[in-house]
Structures are given as structure tokens and as C-alpha cells.
Design a binder for this molecule. Structure first.
Ligand code: NDP
Ligand code: GDR
Length: 367
């Protein structure tokens, strides 16, 4: 899909009310664009980086949509962000772009901060200067709770981040609040717990598992041996929901009488080990965990197991290279405030989410 320069996109938006969404090549950004095209009449401009190899998989279906255009956007460039707001004068600016991978944030702490924190200053300044009535959403994260002091975590839980990523989101939340209070901007940062789906990046643990399950299922059906899935800490607990449910919550946050902070979560927590079990189950492969810590393994228990060589009975094993320098052991959200005030609630259960992701990955490899 063509990525326009800002001056070239302006003629498409003349006399139209615009929503500007960033991170549209990613999971949430692409689902947000779909949601807005379906539920509103706005013209949507998506922000994307020009890369040498295009990664437009999640937005390919929007190629010929007359209400959607892509513009060059990078969180690290204050000048271009300012120009985008000045020229588009959007009604809403929804920032879903970020350095999103917690694991990488130890390898690239400064770049993580530049995108996730300094980048937010660039956006807030652009809005303040060029369109102060523009409603701004920034994607916040339960990672800011980190080393939790109580469960479940609500909007009042203190920030105790455990990664450069968590720290960058926590600082951004303070900046959004400061600009909201100093300049009377409608600027909100949601506190979103993990959300997944068919467009989830392949490095995140849920998609890594569901893709691995599909690959193994295919090998089993073809009678071939397969490589075991390798994971890090499978005891960590996460509060997982469906990303498609969350974009509705974000839009509701942006359309209240006054701006406020909200947690979005399923209010359930599950270990990575449970996610593994449910994923294989969704592909009709039954297995069980045995062993402890680095020797833990998940192996086939179905009657079919006897058909395979012993080396093919292990489906998942632990590889310490996936451990993080510091771990967030437990996340469990309390989204009561959003459920009461926004009249929002997730529609997809944990089991339905796992099933949907596995079925999607099976379909992608022709099963
Ligand atoms: P993804 O990793 O799927 O997408 C991230 C997007 O950000 C991609 O489109 C990526 O573009 C873009 N991006 C990265 N760096 C830059 C940059 N310097 N300039 C412009 N664009 C950039 O993330 P999600 O959709 O899962 O997350 C959306 C937001 O929500 C993020 O802020 C994330 O931190 C936050 N969040 C996500 C949660 C989740 O569970 N999914 C939970 C809580 C918060 P490219 O394709 O070019 O790399
Ligand atoms: P998270 O998601 O760090 O919660 O951040 P991720 O899926 O990367 O990790 C979740 C948990 O799984 C453990 N884990 C592994 N993780 C990955 N990626 N790969 C593995 O092999 C593996 N094995 C075990 C991790 O240690 C961790 O405990 C996501 C992102 O979407 C953030 O942008 C967002 O802010 C938070 O969710 C809320």
C-alpha cells in the first residue's frame, strides 16, 4: 500500500473529519482502523514507517478503501509529527505505535524511551500547538504495575515497573496527565492488560505458541518429526483478552464527557503453561507438564503418542535464553471502573481467544 507524504494526503481529507491512528501495521492499530471504518463516518489516516521491505499484512485488506490513507510517520521525529497535526487537524489522535516488545527493551532501552516516552511529548506538543481540541489516546500498559503490591490491579495501583518498557509507559502516563491538567487537553492513557489475537506479533508468547502448535499439528498429520517449541518462564501469569474487544474500550475512553484513566482487562489470570495446554487442546493434541524449572517439559499424552518416535513426544521445553533479566510474575486486572462507567466489557473468553488463535494459525498453513 502506498505511504503518502503529509502534503499529498491532505487533498483526500478536505472537508472531512479525520481520525489519525498510528501503529496501523501492528495488531491494535489495524484492528482500530477496522473498528472505526465499521462504526463511524470519519476519514481515517494511518501512520506507518517507510521500511525497505513492506510489512502491510495487517492492513492489506484496506488497500482500496476510499476512507483510508497511509501517511509517513515516525515517533522519533518531532517535526513530522507537528506537521501531521498542523495539516490534518484531526478530531482524534490515537497512538498505538510503540516499541512494544518488553524483552527487547533491555537491549534497546534508549530507543524504547525515545519512542514510548519522548515520542509522546512530540505528540502532546503538536496537539497543544496546532489542534488543542483534538482528543488524544496513548496506549498505556499493565507492565507499569510490574512487581505488584496487590491483586487485582486497578487504576490506583502504584507504578512498580520491572523493565525499561514498563518504565517508559509509566513516564508517558505522567506526561499525558500533566498535559491534560496543564492545558486542559482531552488526553488519556488507558491501562491495558495483555490482549492478543489473529494479528498478534510472532515474538509474543501467545502467538509463538499458537503458531508452534499449528506447525507441530501439520507434522503429526504428515507423519513427520518436528522441532519442539522452546519457551522461557512458563510460570508467569497474565491477564489475557481479545484485542478486538479492547479497541471498542479505547474508543469509549475517547468519547466521555471528560477524560479519565481506565483499566481494560479480563479480570482472570492464567500461566503461560496453561496457555500451552489450551492451545494444544484446541488442535486436538493432549499433553501434560512434567519436571520442574529448566527441566520442565510438555509431552503428548494422547493415544497417538505411541505412533511417534520418543524424540517427538516432547512438544514444549524450556530454554533459559528466553528468561528476562527481571520478570513480571503476576498480572491480574480489575476493570470494574471501565465496566461501570464506559459500559464496556470483553466479549471473548480466554478459551475462545486461544481457540480462535490456534484455528487461525492452522488455517494459515492449510489445515
Ligand atoms: P504491535 O507490536 O503489534 O504494533 C506496534 C506498532 O508500532 C507497529 O505498527 C510498528 O510499526 C509501530 N512502531 C514501532 N516503532 C515505531 C516508530 N518509531 N514510529 C512509528 N511507528 C512505530 O503492538 P500492539 O498493537 O500490540 O500494541 C499497540 C500499543 O498498545 C503499543 O503502544 C503497546 O505498547 C500497547 N500495549 C499493548 C498491549 C498488548 O497486549 N497488545 C497491552 C498494553 C499496551 P512497524 O510495523 O513499522 O514496526
Ligand atoms: P508481555 O508479553 O511481556 O506480557 O508484554 P509477552 O508475550 O512477550 O510475554 C508474556 C510472558 O511470557 C513469558 N514468556 C515468553 N515471552 C516471550 N515473548 N517468548 C517466550 O518464549 C516466552 N516464554 C515465556 C514472558 O517472560 C512473560 O512473562 C505484552 C506486550 O504486548 C506489551 O507491549 C504490553 O504492554 C504488555 O503485554 C501488557
Amino acid at each position: 500500500m502506498e505511504i503518502y507524504n503529509i502534503n499529498d494526503v491532505v487533498p483526500f481529507t478536505e472537508n472531512k473529519k479525520v481520525v489519525f491512528v498510528t501503529g496501523v501495521t501492528g495488531q491494535d492499530g489495524s484492528f482500530m482502523v477496522d473498528y472505526l471504518l465499521k462504526n463511524t463516518d470519519y476519514f481515517i489516516v494511518g501512520g506507518a514507517r517507510r521500511l525497505s521491505i513492506k510489512n502491510h499484512e495487517n492492513i492489506r485488506h484496506l488497500e482500496n478503501n476510499p476512507r483510508f490513507k497511509l501517511v509517513n510517520f515516525d515517533l522519533s521525529d518531532a517535526h513530522s509529527i507537528s506537521k501531521i497535526v498542523e495539516k490534518l487537524k484531526p478530531e482524534y489522535f490515537i497512538n498505538l505505535a510503540a516499541q512494544t516488545f518488553v524483552g527487547s527493551s533491555w537491549d534497546f532501552p534508549a530507543q524504547t524511551w525515545e519512542c514510548n516516552t519522548t515520542g509522546i511529548i512530540h505528540i502532546l506538543e503538536a496537539i497543544r500547538q496546532h489542534k488543542s481540541t483534538c482528543r488524544f489516546y496513548n496506549a498505556g500498559s499493565s507492565e507499569e504495575y510490574g512487581n505488584v503490591v496487590y491483586s487485582p490491579q486497578d487504576e490506583n495501583h502504584p507504578a512498580k515497573p520491572r523493565s525499561p518498557y514498563g518504565a517508559s509507559k509509566s513516564a508517558a502516563r505522567q506526561l499525558v496527565k500533566v498535559y491534560r491538567e496543564s492545558y486542559n487537553l482531552y488526553a488519556v492513557q488507558g491501562l491495558l492488560f495483555n490482549h492478543e489475537g489473529t494479528r498478534r506479533g510472532e515474538e509474543f508468547v501467545t502467538r509463538k505458541i499458537t503458531k508452534g502448535v499449528a506447525r507441530i499439528k501439520k507434522s503429526i498429520l504428515e507423519g513427520k518429526s518436528f522441532d519442539t517449541i522452546e519457551l522461557g518462564n512458563v510460570k508467569a501469569r497474565r491477564d489475557w483478552s481479545d484485542a478486538e474487544d479492547f479497541v471498542d474500550g479505547i474508543w469509549k475512553m475517547l468519547n466521555q464527557e471528560s477524560p479519565n484513566e481506565y483499566v481494560l482487562s479480563s479480570n482472570e489470570t492464567h500461566t503461560i503453561a496453561e496457555f500451552v495446554w489450551h492451545s494444544f487442546k484446541a488442535a486436538d493434541i493432549e499433553g501434560e507438564w512434567h519436571g520442574q524449572a529448566e527441566s520442565a517439559e510438555f509431552s503428548i499424552t494422547t493415544k497417538d503418542a505411541i505412533k511417534y518416535e520418543p524424540r517427538c513426544s516432547v512438544l514444549v521445553k524450556i530454554n533459559p535464553k528466553f528468561y528476562r533479566p527481571a520478570e513480571v510474575d503476576l498480572l491480574l486486572g480489575d476493570s470494574t471502573k471501565a465496566r461501570n462507567e464506559l459500559k464496556w466489557e470483553p466479549k471473548t473468553s480466554f478459551e475462545q481467544l486461544v481457540d480462535k488463535m490456534v484455528k487461525n494459525d492452522l488455517k494459515q498453513i492449510g489445515l
